[in-house]
Structures are given as structure tokens and as C-alpha cells.
Design a protein around this ligand. Sequence first.
Ligand code: ADP
Ligand code: MG
Ligand code: MG
Length: 247
Amino acid sequence: MLKIENLHAEIDGKEILKGLSLEVNAGEIHAIMGPNGAGKSTLGYVLGGRPGYEVTAGSITFNGEDLLEKEPHERAAAGVFLGFQYPVEIPGVSNVQFLRESLNAQRTSRGEKPLSGAEFLKLARAQADALGLQQDMLKRPVNVGFSGGEKKRNEMVQMGIIDPAFAILDETDSGLDIDALRIVGDGINRIMRKPTKAVLLITHYQRLLDYVQPDRVHVLADGRITRSGGPELAHELERQGYAEVAA
Ligand code: ADP
Ligand code: MG
Ligand code: MG
């Protein structure tokens, strides 16, 4: 589904990704772990097409198509969803407005009929319920004044509504208490664990992986994948640290 080959990318002339290769098949959940500053978030941004991140070499294909050629909104319409480490706040735009516009923009560019307000609200309410997010959060401005846990639940609601084929989740577990972690983990499993979908789960810690069992675990260090393995690699990292395992 996703094939990254020898990816080099820089920000402000500084090379961050230095020859990263990775393949993710449909039906798989891959965890990316690694020390601070390794380039994990950069990888997510490059996949999402964030401006300022320049790819200087290598390739990324998604379902056989050149992903790097596509604009960010075209990537989203193709089924790529990017969850941020620090979710953006959008004062003045309600959560439902934002989500409905995101979804309908994608539906339209896929040639599907946009959802009416009532259809959308039904979908949004069901997703909010499934995540234990208060209904009134849907009417509030996007992420404004949300607690860390609420932002992450909101991100899961967003993912449930968008129903993407491929999700890159960047430290979705940061700042979550145990109950919220379980809810988010269940959300990822419920929405994304399907034979036609795949997930790239970026995380510092093993604990989210107790809820979302990865098929593969990779260590990203100094801009490339230095080790890959099964779920046991995450436990090894937790015990021994990155310096020991990934050098
Ligand atoms: P990680 O998510 O693995 O902690 P990041 O991808 O956020 O790492 O960052 C990788 C490196 O890129 C770090 O050294 C960071 O300081 C640098 N970096 C990130 N964003 C910028 C930027 N806008 N300008 C310059 N350097 C940046
Ligand atoms: Mg970081
Ligand atoms: Mg990061």
C-alpha cells in the first residue's frame, strides 16, 4: 500500500531524513519508535505534504501512485490521514463545520455526493459517542480549550468520520491517562484494523502498543530506519533504550 524508498528530506536546508525506506501492506499496523529528534514527525509531515518539507531524493508510492506528486488535499482524498502530535486549534470554526467540510471536500474530489447537514450530524454523533466525547464538544471551536485527552479523542472522532484508508498517527498517546489511552487504542482498532487499511503509528512508548498490537515495529534513528522487527522489538526497546538497540 505504502512504499517509501531511500527518502531524503530537509527543512530549511537541514537534512532530517537520510535514506529512509519502509513498506506497509494493506491490513498491517506498523509502529515507528525512536529517540527525540530522529525525524519521526518529519516523516509524518512529508507523507502529509506539509509545506516547508523538501524531498531531495527517493520516492513514495501509495497504492502504486506517486504520492509526492499530489497536493495535500489530493493525498487526503486518496485516503491518507495525518494525525498531529500537536493538534491545531482553529478559533471561530466549530468542530462540526470543520469536520463536515473536510469530509465533503474529500467526497467531492472522489466524485461522491456530499453529506447533508443532518446526515453528517448523525455520523458525527455516532463517532463522538463511540469515543466517549461529549456531544457539546462537536459545537465548540476546533480544539480550542480542549484538554490533551479531549484533543486526542477528537482526533479519533475525526478519523472515524473521515474513515481513511491509511492513517499516520503521531504520538497519539502523548499526555493520555490510562482510560483515555484505552479509548484511543480501541478507536484505532475499531476504525483502522481492516484488511483494506493500514496504519503508521508513531510513538515513544510501548504502552499504546499494549492496546494496538503492531504487526511490525521499526526504529527510526538519525533519519533512517535502523532496525525492524515484530512486536517484541518494542519490548526490547522499552527495556534497553534506543542507544543500546538501534545504534
Ligand atoms: P521526532 O518527531 O523524531 O522527535 P522531528 O521530526 O520533530 O523529530 O525533528 C527532527 C529534527 O528536525 C530535529 O532535529 C528538529 O530539531 C528538526 N526540525 C524540525 N522542524 C524543524 C524546522 N521547522 N526547522 C529546522 N529544524 C527542524
Ligand atoms: Mg518529538
Ligand atoms: Mg515528533
